[in-house]
Design a protein around this ligand. Structure first.
Ligand code: NAI
Ligand SMILES: CC(C)=CCC[C@@H](C)[C@H]1CC[C@H]2C3=C(CC[C@]12C)[C@@]1(C)CCC(=O)C[C@@H]1CC3
Length: 401
């Protein structure tokens, strides 16, 4: 609320008759009240932004900012675009496809592996968010290498050529995960020597390239955000895969003892982490050239999370348990069989060793560094996030029997 002394009194205009004087006074009081309401709205908007983004970014919220979201048609990308627009940014989307319609967004359709495609989307832009990647469960190794590694090198070159100052990469907490327990892992953990899959191998290469290109002396600053298990409305992956598995009757068995804690991160918290990073990324700031875990900061047993979402969508929670190692070696054996028959038939098994490792081990990460360096705090709690997500998928809800 504005202070009393900031409210100006009505201004009087001169006229000869008393009715005019009265009318003029009423009009002026009305005008001033409207002006006061507007100023008060702006101030309360500033207050909300300040409490969410910190004092430093209150200024950024009001300044005009131009950014490009590479991969802006995807799940995370779309949420990024929506929040950036709300924050007063002017937004370009660069993607191989147009995922939605929005007249406030300038779409540039192209492949990030092509500098010629990229450059027009980066003109006059000072921040680039790079959250494009092929889908993690694709088997196309060449595509992962081309897009995540060589494509990201092209993005860096194009940013430098276009005079972009800040590059915020969406990496993944899985860059340090080797299929073995990680409890409260910090960003100091070494990159995985044996990444769980080729997607992750190329996410490591990508992150190294982006962080290595940080060059504040030449006005080019980079940071990597490492989310884990992103979920939320319009996610095409996590919840739909769970429901598909439940529908096919394969979601009855828990892998391991059901106690392994994992991070699942609500998409709005991931977006919040990215925007904070962009706004706090300045010359001489500790963010330059560093990676940051962004999670919900509420690790939950993997199977509790799965059960809560499934029960919320009217499916049964898994009831039985299978020892972790037995499940892992079974999945390895299945992969071997799939490889043997692959010249004849293509089979996509549900339980791959990678999924078994993700479902049966501890993997949760500390976001202390993000809290300390950019004042990060999740904006949506896990309870609320699960509730919002379940409500957003009426089409995946099982009809009551
Ligand atoms: N979904 C998750 O649980 C996690 C995702 N991430 C990372 O977050 C980022 C976003 O993931 P999602 O939104 O889930 O994926 P998504 O598949 O929904 O979005 C990726 C977007 O990138 C675009 N894209 C792919 N190749 C491209 C190319 N050559 N040129 C231009 N655009 C291209 C796609 O068209 C798509 O719109 C990715 O970098 C992913 O590695 C990290 C941790 C967890
Ligand atoms: C056992 C079963 C069928 C569970 C269904 C849930 C899984 C689809 C998700 C559980 C953890 C998720 C996860 C990712 C994808 C979806 C899950 C496997 C990523 C591999 C997505 C890309 C990343 O960068 C890392 C994620 C780790 C967690």
């Amino acid at each position: 609320m504005p202070k009393k002394e900031q409210m100006k009194g009505p201004s009087w205009s001169f006229c000869c008759c008393s009715q005019c004087l009265l009318l003029s006074a009423v009009v002026n009081i009305g005008k001033n009240l409207l002006k006061w309401r507007h100023e008060s709205d702006l101030r309360s908007q500033e207050f909300t932004e300040e409490s969410t983004y910190g004092a430093r970014s209150t200024h950024c919220a009001l300044a005009s900012k131009k950014c490009t979201v590479i991969g802006g048609s995807g799940f995370l990308g779309q949420h990024m675009v929506e929040r950036l627009l709300e924050r007063g940014y002017s937004v370009n989307v660069f993607d191989i496809r147009q995922g939605f319609e929005n007249e406030r967004v300038q779409f540039h359709i192209g492949d990030l592996c092509s500098k010629t495609d990229l450059l027009p989307a980066l003109q006059g832009v000072n921040i680039v968010f790079h959250c494009a990647s092929p889908a993690p469960f694709s088997n196309n190794k060449e595509l992962f290498y081309r897009v995540n590694y060589t494509g990201t090198r092209t993005v860096i070159q194009a940013c430098k050529e276009a005079g972009v100052q800040k590059l915020v990469l969406t990496s993944s907490a899985s860059v340090v995960f080797e299929g073995k327990d990680i409890k409260d892992g910090t960003e100091d953990l070494p990159y995985a020597h044996n990444p769980i899959d080729y997607y992750t191998e190329t996410k490591i290469l990508q992150e190294k390239e982006v962080l290595g290109s940080n060059d504040p002396a030449n006005n080019f600053m980079t940071v990597a955000i490492r989310p884990h298990g992103i979920f939320g409305p319009r996610d095409p992956q996590l919840v739909p895969i769970m429901v598909e598995t439940a529908k096919s009757g394969k979601m009855k068995i828990m892998i391991g003892n059901g106690k392994n804690l994992v991070d699942f991160t609500y998409v709005e918290n991931v977006v919040h982490g990215h925007i904070l990073a962009a706004e706090y990324l300045q010359k001489d700031s500790p963010l330059c050239g560093k990676a940051y875990h962004i999670t919900n900061d509420e690790p939950i047993p993997f199977w509790t999370f799965i059960s809560r979402v499934l029960v919320g969508l009217n499916y049964d929670a898994p009831k039985y348990k299978i020892p972790y190692l037995l499940a892992y070696y079974l999945a390895l054996f299945v992969s071997f069989l799939v490889l043997v028959v692959s010249p004849l038939i293509t089979i996509k098994p549900t339980f791959t060793p990678m999924r078994v490792a993700l479902a049966g081990t501890y993997h949760y990460y500390s976001c202390e560094r993000a809290k300390k360096d950019m004042g990060y705090k999740p904006v949506v709690s896990l309870d609320k996030a699960i509730e919002k997500t379940v409500q957003s998928y009426p089409q995946l809800r099982r009809a009551s029997q």
